[in-house]
Structure formats: structure tokens, C-alpha cells
Design a protein around this ligand. Structure first.
Ligand code: KG4
Length: 337
């Protein structure tokens, strides 16, 4: 069985081909057009998806070494995400599936991130978590602790009540004038800085929920005071600022995760989403594995940010259940579904 998967929820156009649960190709076109605006501009994103989708799908099928007539199904991200971006992938998937006379499979983008750990690159690839496991899903739009009971059964134990972790990092990077997206820039700078140089406020929220808006405000106010005294403050201290910010975010994330592990008794712990590319967070996972005997699952870099491979593996499990989508379903921007 060959599945073509399409992801277009934000600013990456991605297509992947899987043979059963083995990944044959995963092609992603990112959109540099947003850099000068310091954030994703939805209208530009959907236009870029329109330009990219045909060559990206074509390249994924070619790299997989098959032809489109061999495809068994088309999986696609239905949501959540930017509606204009989603519409490009959803419409393309509908047209292709209808043209080839094969079923379509709708995939929830977040479920894709959580199941990215099941992507296999070869038959010998056996590093997949057993159920149940906990997944820290951290991206530009989400910060959640998910209890994954099976491929289909996932329970959100806690989530952000305001900003996502990646969003907070990106905004702090922006106020420092460091560019967009801030995550990789902060990561790079943090490696040369002192994580204990500055202290920023941490939220005090009950249960497993997160909050990052207080950190963002605390960062902004501190920076404003420091810059008032020394206009070159950021230039002089950017590595320490990045390292301290990263440490604060990682501490906030890990504290709730430790609580979730303790209270559920589940020691299989995965991380997923764009922020899981972060070196400090990855190191914290390794440290927790040693210290608390967690069995950890950290995705390859290519499966952290948005990619179609994760949509493909989720589509594969849904294909086995014959969980197909109807041609008239709309994209959805939010999670209500
Ligand atoms: O999952 P993703 O590609 O997009 C969605 O939000 O769906 O995540 C993007 C987020 C951005 O906030 C970006 O700054 C962050 O992931 N990110 C990182 C790193 N790489 C990407 N954050 C911290 N460290 C990184 N190395």
C-alpha cells in the first residue's frame, strides 16, 4: 500500500510517500517570504502553497520511486492551522484523490505531531513507544501534555491557557530584534550564554496547564529597563538573554511534565512539535531519562517542525481502520471538531 501525504497547515508545503508504515520520501518547501515581516503572513502563505504544492508532490512521488497510479490513498492535514493554507492542501488532495479514484484520509495536524514517533525509515527501525505514553507537544501554536492511549485515543492532560512555548520564544526574539523565527536563533545563541544570568517570571498555575504570557511580559519589561540604562544591552548580552530565556521555558515545560509522570505513573515520555528541535529541551529530556529512569522518545530534527511524514503515518493507521474522508468535508482552522 502506498500513501501520499500532504501538509499545508502553516508556512511549510510538505508531501511524503509511505509504503505501509515505511517512509519513502518526505519533501518540504519552506517559505522565506515571511522573514521580512517577522511572522507568517496568512495571505502570502496560501499563495506560496499554491506555487509549491505541485512541484513538492511531484518530487515526493518521484523520490519514492513510484508513479501516482500506484497510490492507494491520499492523506492530508485538515486542521488546525491557517485556513487559507489548509485550503490549498485540502483542495489539492480532493482533486488528486478524485482524479485517481482512491480514498482520502483526513488527519488532525496535532495528532500527526504526536504520532511522528511511529515514522519508520526502514524495517529495522523499532524505536517506537508502547502505549500508553505521555507526549509533550510544543510548537508555535500549542503547548500540551497528551496521554496517548492508542493511535486513536489521546487525552489532553494539560495545555497552555494563553501563549504557546514557541510563540513566547518567537516574541521575545522579536523584541530583541533577532529575527524570525526566533526559536532556532535563540537556540544557537543560548549555546554560548549563561542560563543563570537573568531570572524571568515563571507561572504558578495548578494542574498540568501551562502559561507563557507572563514570561513574555516579564522579559519585555526587564529588557525595557535594561535598554533604558544601556542602549546596547541586547548586543552585549544576547547570548545570556537567550540562554536564560531558553532555560526558563524548558524549566516551565519540564516541571509540569514531571508532575504528569509522577501522577500517571507513565514513564514513557515523548516530545514533539517545532520546539522539540530545541537543544536545551532535548538535553533536559536526556537528563530526566537518567535521573528519573524515563524511557524517552525524541524525534529526528526533520520530524519536529511541520512535515508530511507525520501526516502519512497517521494516515496509515487510519487507512488500516478504513477511516476515510468524504469529498465534501471542509478544512478547519480550529480544534472544535
Ligand atoms: O511545529 P511547528 O513547526 O509549527 C507549528 O506551530 O505548528 O513549530 C514552530 C515553532 C516556532 O515557534 C519556532 O520558533 C519553534 O517551533 N522552533 C524552535 C526551534 N526550532 C523551531 N524553538 C526553540 N528551539 C528551536 N531549535
Amino acid at each position: 500500500m502506498y500513501i501520499l501525504a500532504i501538509e499545508s497547515s502553516c508556512d511549510d508545503t510538505s508531501a511524503a510517500v509511505l509504503k505501509d508504515d515505511i517512509l519513502l520520501s518526505n519533501v518540504t518547501a519552506s517559505q522565506a517570504v515571511h522573514e521580512e515581516y517577522g511572522g507568517v503572513v496568512p495571505e502570502l502563505a496560501s499563495r506560496a502553497h499554491q506555487q509549491n504544492i505541485v512541484p513538492v508532490v511531484h518530487a515526493a512521488i518521484k523520490r519514492a520511486g513510484i508513479t501516482k497510479d500506484q497510490l492507494s490513498a491520499v492523506a492530508f492535514t485538515r486542521g488546525p492551522g491557517l485556513l487559507g493554507s489548509l485550503l490549498v492542501g485540502v483542495s489539492f488532495a480532493k482533486g488528486l484523490a478524485r482524479g485517481l479514484g482512491i480514498p482520502m484520509i483526513e488527519v488532525n495536524h496535532l495528532q500527526g505531531h504526536v504520532l511522528a514517533h511511529f515514522i519508520k525509515e526502514s524495517e529495522e527501525d523499532h524505536h517506537q513507544p508502547d502505549f500508553p505514553y505521555l507526549c509533550l507537544l510544543v510548537s508555535g501554536g500549542n503547548s500540551q501534555i497528551v496521554r496517548v492511549n492508542s493511535y486513536k485515543d489521546m487525552e489532553i492532560l494539560g495545555q497552555t491557557i494563553d501563549d504557546a512555548a514557541g510563540e513566547a520564544i518567537d516574541k521575545c526574539s522579536k523584541v530583541m530584534g533577532l529575527g524570525y523565527p526566533g526559536g532556532p536563533i535563540i537556540d544557537r545563541l543560548a549555546r554560548q550564554g549563561n542560563p543563570d544570568a537573568f531570572k524571568f517570571s515563571k507561572p504558578n498555575i495548578k494542574g498540568y496547564d501551562y502559561s507563557f504570557s507572563g514570561l513574555k511580559t516579564s522579559f519585555l519589561y526587564h529588557l525595557r529597563d535594561w535598554v533604558a540604562e544601556d542602549p546596547d544591552f541586547v548586543e552585549h548580552h544576547k547570548a545570556d538573554l537567550a540562554a536564560s530565556l531558553e532555560k526558563t521555558v524548558v524549566d516551565i515545560l519540564m516541571k509540569k511534565l514531571r508532575l504528569a509522570v509522577k501522577e500517571t505513573g507513565i514513564r514513557r515520555v515523548a516530545v514533539a512539535g517545532g520546539v522539540s528541535a530545541n537543544t536545551g529541551l532535548r538535553n533536559a529530556f536526556r537528563d530526566h531519562a537518567k535521573r528519573y529512569h524515563w524511557r524517552i522518545f525524541i524525534p529526528k530534527f526533520s520530524y519536529t517542525t511541520d512535515n508530511a511524514a507525520m501526516i502519512g503515518i497517521t494516515g496509515y493507521f487510519k487507512y488500516l481502520d478504513k477511516d476515510f474522508a468524504s469529498i465534501d468535508l471542509p478544512a478547519y482552522a480550529r480544534m472544535e471538531k
